[in-house]
Design a protein around this ligand. Structure first.
Ligand code: ATP
Ligand code: MG
Length: 566
């Protein structure tokens, strides 16, 4: 089940240095005035909120310029890639509201072309087969201030290189026995130009090409040409690729028909406080069961955020709000929470739900009678109308809305005190019933029949309005409350300490027996609600005909911001 609501088309992408660059290219008449972008995920994990930023930027930019965008799977490393990831990535991008049409590509679509181009580079003396081990090659690379050492195999003849490369492809060698390297410059101040590896031997089954290949191109060899062959005009990526750009350009320069060159533009990746974002770390959380799968609502994955109750609009607005910069920084996760609160405030159906129920018996209300009172569906949206909520003799209120001995500033229910039950009546607590352990099990109250609709009958005031549900008419539900997965602002930022040391042991709280007004009875997975006074909730996919399960997406206010102010 997916959320069918399309994101609102506001001005999604404001102007920024990327758009200024595109404006300049268009003004010069570059690329026949085309704007064509791509998002190139490696299918080795699920997408996270950082990828969402990149998607919104790449695809949002193409939309802004009425251009085209491609989804391209960078599937050059078959040892870590799986079809499951390809499918999840497509679902997530679609859910965000982007439609790449038939422009779905795979780096593996270009394996033949890439091979032919490698042969061409060998023929032109620009690539060679190296017999050294990866360790030896790495030791010869030098440092940024010290040039590398040329490989003893660098001067192999073209014929020998052609022969060896063909035999690498034919499967004559073991993994790691040989590599193909570009012959660029071992003394280049840019380490990526020091004869980078183009191909490695991997006798591994590929999710699309099967067992056709046992040599696979490196990302750095495949990426620039893939962009070129797809006619990408603006290749927007994160800052770490800036130093790879000269290499991409070097390869494209040597393509025979390179009549244009994709322009790579780099931006700072998204880092969120209290969050880990590296796919390797997220995979570790999943594999070692620290969370319940990639779509665990505590995960920063798009599938986790979706299950948690985030909307596509909230994520796109967030991406828009944080903008793009050239310097790495950290975004407060509170801003992401703000975006979903803001969106759901406009659209979420209001209901009443009680998470920690305390029974209330209205002693002067007739047994068996049901009084259907009117409740407003959304105060932010009059067109949402009203609904009926059953008021009965037995009710539940929130346990912490009652105190037997209230301190001075506690205005909610207490012995002898009168409060308003929202949309219903004024009630007064007459008696507190306890069990043999002294635990409060029931309140006996009276109601004022003249206060129907929660209106004061004679101008007398009450200081508190409580939410409630009918004990006999409400539906039972399990509610899952979430807190941050990590206690530390920057769990990845500690060199000496593993990020998992900072996991919050209380990030998931399950309340097995909550009560929600019957309105939610037929709700489907992913449906959104505001539980009045408690936050935004959505129906979890674990919901069955027997059991309704809700996730709390976010509380109504940012409790952390409050805690930090104290
Ligand atoms: P990770 O570093 O988390 O393992 P990755 O960058 O290797 O992920 P890819 O699948 O290669 O993952 O990423 C696809 C695209 O998403 C890349 O172009 C990359 O620049 C971009 N991207 C990845 N992480 C972020 C992020 N945190 N913020 C913005 N863009 C990102
Ligand atoms: Mg990557």
């Amino acid at each position: 089940m997916t959320d069918k609501k399309a994101p609102e088309k506001e001005e999604v992408v404001k102007t920024n240095f990327i758009h200024q660059q595109i404006d300049a290219d268009l003004a010069e008449g570059k690329n026949g005035n085309r704007v064509h972008t791509r998002f190139p995920p490696e299918p080795n994990g699920y997408l996270h909120i950082g990828h969402a930023k990149s998607i919104c930027l790449n695809f949002g930019t193409a939309e802004k310029y009425n251009g085209l965008y491609n989804l391209r799977f960078d599937d050059t490393n078959p040892s870590k890639e799986e079809t499951e990831y390809v499918e999840s990535i497509k679902e997530d991008v679609r859910w965000l509201g982007f439609d790449w049409g038939d422009r779905e590509f795979f780096a593996s679509d270009y394996f033949d072309k890439l091979y032919d181009f490698a042969v061409e580079l060998i023929q032109n003396g620009l690539a060679y087969v190296d017999d050294q081990t990866p360790e030896e090659i790495s030791a010869q690379r030098g440092t940024p201030t010290r040039p590398g050492t040329e490989s003893p195999f660098r001067t192999r003849s073209v014929e020998e290189n052609l022969d060896l490369f063909a035999r690498m492809k034919a499967g004559e060698f073991q993994d790691g026995e040989k590599v193909l390297r570009a012959k660029v410059d071992m003394a280049s101040p840019n380490m990526h130009m020091r004869d980078p590896i183009m191909y490695r031997i991997m006798h591994v089954h590929h999710h699309r090409t099967g067992d056709k290949w046992c040599i696979y191109p490196m990302y750095d060899y495949a990426h620039g040409q893939s962009d070129f062959w797809e006619g990408i005009t603006h290749s927007i990526c994160t800052l770490e690729f800036e130093v790879h750009r000269p290499l991409y350009d070097w390869f494209v320069d040597h393509l025979k028909d390179a009549e244009y060159r994709p322009r790579q533009i780099e931006f700072a990746r998204l880092n969120l406080s209290y969050t880990v974002m590296s796919k390797r770390k997220l995979l570790e959380l999943v594999k070692d069961n620290h969370v319940n799968g990639w779509d665990d609502p505590r995960m920063p994955t798009i599938s986790g955020l979706r299950r948690r109750g985030y909307t596509p609009t909230s994520i796109r607005n967030f991406a828009d709000r944080i903008g793009v910069t050239k310097t790495n920084g950290m975004i407060d996760v509170g801003l992401l929470e703000h975006s979903v609160r803001e969106d759901l405030n406009k659209s979420a159906q209001r209901v009443m739900g009680v998470l920690n129920p305390l029974k209330v018996v209205i002693t002067n209300f007739p047994e068996g009678e049901v009084d259907m009172v009117d409740a407003i569906n959304n105060h932010e949206d009059e067109s949402a109308g009203t609904r009926k909520v059953p008021f009965t003799r037995e009710l539940y209120i929130e346990r912490d809305d009652f105190m037997e001995e209230p301190p001075r500033k506690f205005f909610r229910l207490a012995p002898g005190r009168e409060v308003r039950l929202r949309y219903a009546y004024f009630v007064t607590c007459q008696e507190v019933v306890k069990d043999e352990n002294g635990e409060i099990v029931e309140l006996r109250c009276t109601y004022d029949p003249d206060s129907r609709g929660g209106k004061s009958p004679d101008g007398r005031k009450v200081k508190a309005t409580l939410h409630w549900v009918s004990a006999t008419e409400a539906v039972e539900a399990e509610v899952r409350l979430y807190d941050r997965l990590f206690n530390d602002m920057d769990p990845q930022g500690h060199k000496e300490v593993d990020f998992k040391e900072f996991m919050n042991a209380d990030s998931l709280q399950i309340l097995p027996k909550c009560y929600v007004e019957p309105f939610v009875k037929d709700a489907k997975a992913l449906d959104h609600f505001q539980f009045e006074r408690l936050g935004y909730f959505n129906v979890d996919k674990d919901t069955t005909a027997e059991k309704l399960v809700f996730n709390r997406t976010v509380a109504l206010r940012d409790s952390w911001a409050k805690a930090n102010k104290k």
